[in-house]
Design a protein around this ligand. Structure first.
Ligand SMILES: NC(=O)c1ccc[n+]([C@@H]2O[C@H](COP(=O)([O-])OP(=O)(O)OC[C@H]3O[C@@H](n4cnc5c(N)ncnc54)[C@H](O)[C@@H]3O)[C@@H](O)[C@H]2O)c1
Length: 263
């Protein structure tokens, strides 16, 4: 569909990651103005290098765990002349990111309160702070929508054996935050409805990102479709949720997981 997002101005957190960068590319292709944001660093740099010359693209540094940054973000965007009508709470500390410092992935018994709370701060409190600021600066001023990002491991427990011998595991706080984010969605849906704002959750399945053959096989056996998905297959549904065609949906959790959650 061409121009599915014409008239949409989409603000995305964590835009430089596997899925975020796919949303940016696909949304620009569909005629949206895209306001990307992420932590400073190589992911942000790559995104700016790729899209910086596009007049429909802007980038703002934003750590969603930083309250001042979240409080100021929409005022910065509005001051620069764009009015976001779609917001994607996409930023997250994923399990892989916890290994960033090169330390071994912690077992549950060795999980520190610091790592647990750091994950809550980014994945859940960050999403709350963006939604709260949307409420203050945008909701009720023009029709708008928020998409919160959960996971197939939000309302379903992780299959721990598939991580045996892998360099990463499923981190306990991750699933906790992803279950919590849908709580934020259903809470906000009724709260915002009188002001013509909708809010939904997308729960992506297992996205292929250079995983080993063995890991792909183990995950594939848990999925009706028998395989991991491509980022564009999640983006197809994200585009719909960001488009006017989803205008009568609010408070919903949309699983895009090859049937994983339906066995
Ligand atoms: N990839 C998957 O298999 C999968 C499955 C289910 C859900 N998801 C969810 O989809 C979303 C995107 O995932 P992804 O696969 O692109 O992950 P990713 O790790 O590739 O990208 C996450 C992005 O969030 C950014 N980020 C981390 N902390 C941040 C902070 N404090 N402030 C701002 N940005 C921050 C990172 O810099 C990164 O660009 C996440 O919410 C993730 O939980 C992913």
């Amino acid at each position: 569909m061409a121009d599915q997002l014409k008239g949409r101005t989409v603000f995305i957190t964590g835009s430089g990651g596997v899925l975020g960068s796919t949303y940016v590319r696909r949304m620009l292709d569909e005629g949206a103005r895209v306001i990307a944001s992420d932590l400073k660093g190589h992911r942000a740099d790559a995104l700016i290098e790729k899209h910086g010359a596009n007049e429909n693209f802007r980038f703002y540094d934003l750590d969603v765990g930083d309250e001042d940054g979240c409080t100021e973000i929409f005022q910065r965007i509005l001051k620069d002349g764009w009015e976001p009508n779609v917001v994607l709470n996409n930023a997250a500390i994923t399990g892989e990111l916890l290994m960033g410092a090169g330390k071994p992935f912690p077992d549950f018994a060795d999980t520190s309160v610091e790592d647990f709370e750091r994950t809550l701060r980014t994945n859940l409190t960050g999403a709350f702070m963006i939604a709260r600021q949307m409420d203050r600066d945008i909701v009720g001023k023009w029709p708008c929508t928020l998409v919160n990002v959960a996971s197939m491991y939000a309302l379903n427990g992780a299959h721990h054996p598939i991580y045996d011998g892998m360099p990463f595991k499923n981190f306990s706080a991750y699933g906790v935050t992803k279950a919590g984010i849908h709580g934020l969605t259903v809470w906000l849906a009724g709260y915002w409805a009188p002001r013509k704002a909708t809010v939904n959750t997308i729960a992506p399945g297992a996205v292929f990102n250079n995983h080993s053959e063995e890991f792909q096989k183990r995950v594939g056996e848990l999925i009706m479709a028998g395989r991991m998905c491509e980022p564009d297959e999640i983006a197809d549904v994200m585009l719909f949720l960001a488009s006017p065609q989803s205008g009568y949906m609010t408070g919903q959790l949309v699983n895009v997981d090859g049937g994983f959650s339906a066995w």
